[in-house]
Design a protein around this ligand. Structure first.
Ligand code: AHR
Length: 301
């Protein structure tokens, strides 16, 4: 008797079948360099074909890179958006082409029906954590400054809002200016702050470690000693850890850039038509100077 024909199985793709597009937003910080390395290294280890580009912090470059990937017919696009707004048109184009998009790291303001999922940090929570640290550092209140990230980015907006949400009423934010998440741009901003608010400042909330390192150069040049200004930063990079060891940063809120494995795993699930979590938030903590010396040798970024 002839055996019944086997039921036709759905095609099961493997990593070797996947072409993933990663239009990186730039190379503005050590965090970003680590994020790029994580994506590249994971793709190489798993045998994923990676289409990588660097938009140099310009949204128009990122949009062109996404369009080129759509044209090429990649399997998945993983997009770390430089800013929140302005993605609707290109996300619709990807959807019309049947290419799933994973939003990585920062968020977008576009309707969530236009993309498959978001993997990244809770920037609002990071801001709240930073405020809790500033509250502890200035228990009697005081005046502080804010050096914020790229204007319009989910990271800067979320951190600024979370910070204000959790900051004690007896702490006043005298001023807030952007340093665009880079060391170079943070230096003149901090110099101008120190001139304008000489003798009035007790602390600084800085949206990432690269800007903190730039700001510390300006603070040192102004003759201020480590610890005289309480600094709370974000990222937890090796540079941030060193600045904690040297006494400049009093608390560093973690933002984890090592997203490669999660991005590739979700990309493959999407290729295979499997359900994915619409929101995957990274588990993060806060680091302190007391543990920095011990942890620094094993920091990956
Ligand atoms: O979106 C994450 C932020 O972008 C990191 O805090 C910062 O270092 C990077 O440039």
């Amino acid at each position: 008797e002839a055996a019944a024909p086997a039921a036709e199985e759905a095609p099961v793709y493997t990593y070797a079948d996947m072409t993933l597009c990663y239009p990186q937003l730039g190379a503005e910080s050590d965090w970003r360099t680590a994020n790029t390395a994580s994506i590249k290294q994971t793709a190489e280890e798993l045998g994923v074909t990676l289409i990588f580009s660097d938009a140099q912090q310009k949204q128009e470059n990122q949009i062109s890179a996404v369009r080129a990937c759509i044209e090429q017919g990649v399997d998945v696009i993983a997009l770390p958006p430089v800013v929140e707004d302005g993605w609707d048109a290109v996300l619709t184009e990807a959807q019309d082409a049947g290419i799933p998009v994973i939003i990585v790291d920062r968020s977008v303001s576009a309707d969530s029906s236009l993309y498959a999922a978001h993997i990244g940090s809770d920037m609002f929570l990071e801001g709240q954590r930073a405020a809790e640290e500033m509250n502890k550092l200035l228990p009697d209140g005081g005046n502080i400054l804010e050096l914020s990230g790229t204007v319009g980015s989910g990271a800067a907006t979320g951190r600024a809002e979370g910070f204000r949400d959790a900051l004690n009423d007896n702490i006043t934010i005298l001023d807030s200016q952007t340093g665009n998440f880079t060391r170079a741009e943070a230096i003149p901003v901090m110099e101008a702050f120190l001139k304008k608010y000489a003798g009035q400042v007790d602390g600084v909330f800085i949206h990432n470690d690269d800007m903190a390192i730039g700001a510390i150069e300006a603070i040192k040049a102004a003759g201020i000693e480590p610890g005289d200004l309480k600094i709370v930063s974000v990222d937890g990079t090796r540079g941030g850890f060193q600045a904690m060891i040297d006494g400049w940063i009093q608390a560093d809120v973690e933002c984890n850039p090592l997203l490669g494995p999660q991005v590739m795993e979700m990309g493959l699930k999407l290729m295979n038509g499997e359900a994915v979590d619409p929101e995957t938030l990274t588990n993060e903590t806060v680091y302190y100077p007391e543990e920095a010396e011990e942890l620094l040798p094993t920091r990956q970024y």
